[in-house]
Design a binder for this molecule. Structure first.
Ligand code: UFG
Length: 340
C-alpha cells in the first residue's frame, strides 16, 4: 500500500515516514520545504534502507496540487501534516495561516475525491480543548473557542473533514496531539526549528548546547504543585506509530464511523520544572533558566484521557519522559556534529 505523507520532511512527518516504511508501506512525501530541509529524505533513507519518493510541492497551491495528483498514481491513503504551527505567529499573520492550513486541506481533499483516494489521517491538536473544565481531557470534552488563528485552523479543518465524510465515501481519522517532543533513537531525524524556538524542548536543548543564553520558564504562579504549567509530553516515535495504526485501521476497515477522533498523549502531566529536572538528570548538565512572567494565551494544565485511543485504536504511548528528553538532547548533539 502507498501512503502520501504531506509535510513528510517536517518533525512529526519525518518520524511517521520512518515508521510507515519500517512496517512495509510505500511512501511518497510532498513538502514545500518551508520549515524543513531536503536532507531529511537522505536521513530517512539511512534509517530505513529505502528511499521514499519525494516531490517538492506546495499543497496550498491549487494548480500544483492538481498537477501532482494527475501525474502520480497508486496512492491508497494520505496523512496531512503540511501546516504552519507557530501559535504566536498565527496571531500576527492570520491570513497566512488560514490560507496555508485550510487551502492545503481543501486541495488535498478535492484531489483525493477526484482520484478515488478514500483514507485520510489528519494532524489535529489538543489546542481544540482550550483549558478543559475537567482533566484528563477525553475526545468527548467540549471544543472551546480557539484563541489563536492556528488553533482555529485545526477546529475548522476537523469540521471540513466531518462535513465531507458525512456525504461521501471518505474515511478519516483526526489525531489530536498533546505535546510531541524527543527524536528518533538514531538521532538522524528530529525537530529542527528555524529561528528562535517557540516550544519548550528545543529551547531547553538549544540553551544547554549554548545556542541560547537562558531558558525563560513562563510563570511559576499557576495553581499546580510547583507553580509551573503542566502538559502531556509524548515521544514523537510513539506519536508516529499511532499514525501507522490509524492507517492500518482504515485499510482493514475497522473504523466504527467514517470520521473518528483520537487523543494522542500519554495520560501523564508534567510541569515545566519536571521536564527541566528530567533533562538535567539524563544529561548530567545544569540548565541555565530563569522564571519569568506567564506567556499570554498559555493554559495552566492539560493532559489526555487515553482510554479511547488505547482500547479502540489499540495503541499506547510507551516511552517515558527521560527517554524523551535524552533523545532530544542526542539529536541536538548530532546536529552540532553535522555542522562541524
Ligand atoms: N515554555 C516555557 N518556556 C519556553 C517555552 C515554553 O516555559 O521557552 C512552557 C510553556 O509556557 C508551556 C510549556 O512550556 O507551559 C509547553 O510549551 P510549548 O510551547 O512547548 O507547547 P504548548 O503547550 O504551548 O503547545 C501549543 C499548542 C499546540 C501547538 C503548539 C505549537 O497547544 O497545539 O503550541 O507551538 F501545537
Amino acid at each position: 500500500m502507498k501512503v502520501l505523507v504531506a509535510g513528510g520532511t517536517g518533525y512529526i512527518g519525518s518520524h511517521t515516514v520512518v515508521e510507515l516504511m519500517e512496517k512495509g508501506f510505500d511512501v511518497v512525501i510532498v513538502d514545500n520545504l518551508s520549515n524543513s530541509f531536503p536532507e531529511v529524505v537522505d536521513s530517512i533513507t539511512e534509517i530505513t534502507g529505502k528511499r521514499p519518493d519525494f516531490i517538492e510541492l506546495d499543497l496550498a497551491d491549487t494548480d500544483s496540487a492538481s498537477e501532482f495528483f494527475a501525474q502520480y498514481k497508486g496512492i491508497d491513503a494520505a496523512i496531512h501534516f503540511a501546516a504552519y504551527k507557530a501559535v504566536g505567529e498565527s496571531v500576527e499573520k492570520p491570513l497566512i495561516y488560514y490560507r496555508n492550513n485550510i487551502y492545503s486541506l481543501i486541495n488535498l481533499m478535492e484531489n483525493m475525491e477526484k482520484h478515488g483516494i478514500r483514507n485520510l489521517v489528519f494532524s489535529s491538536s489538543c489546542t481544540v480543548y482550550g483549558q478543559p473544565d475537567e482533566l484528563p481531557v477525553s475526545e468527548q470534552s467540549p471544543i472551546k473557542p480557539a484563541w489563536s488563528p492556528y488553533g482555529n485552523t485545526k477546529q475548522i479543518s476537523e469540521e471540513i473533514i466531518r462535513d465531507v465524510c458525512n456525504v461521501s465515501s471518505l474515511k478519516a481519522i483526526a489525531l489530536r496531539y498533546f505535546n510531541p517532543i524527543g527524536a528518533h533513537p538514531s538521532a538522524l531525524i528530529g525537530e529542527y526549528p528555524i529561528g528562535i524556538p517557540n516550544n519548550l524542548m528545543p529551547f531547553i536543548t538549544q540553551t544547554a548546547i549554548g545556542k541560547r543564553e537562558v531558558l525563560s520558564v513562563f510563570g511559576d504562579d499557576y495553581p499546580t504543585p510547583d507553580g509551573t504549567a503542566i502538559r502531556d509530553y509524548i515521544h514523537v516515535v510513539d506519536l508516529a506509530q499511532a499514525h501507522v495504526v490509524a492507517v492500518e485501521r482504515m485499510f482493514e476497515d475497522r473504523g466504527k464511523e467514517n470520521f473518528e477522533i483520537f487523543n494522542l498523549g500519554t495520560g501523564n502531566g508534567f510541569s515545566v520544572l519536571e521536564v527541566i529536572r528530567s533533562f538535567e538528570k539524563v544529561t548530567g548538565l545544569k540548565l541555565n533558566y530563569k522564571i519569568t512572567g506567564r506567556r499570554p494565551g498559555d493554559i495552566e494544565k492539560v493532559f489526555a484521557d487515553t482510554a479511547f485511543a488505547n482500547q479502540e485504536l489499540g495503541w499506547k504511548a510507551i516511552r517515558g519522559l527521560d527517554e524523551m528528553t535524552l533523545s532530544a538532547w542526542n539529536w541536538e548533539l548530532a546536529l552540532k556534529e553535522r555542522k562541524k
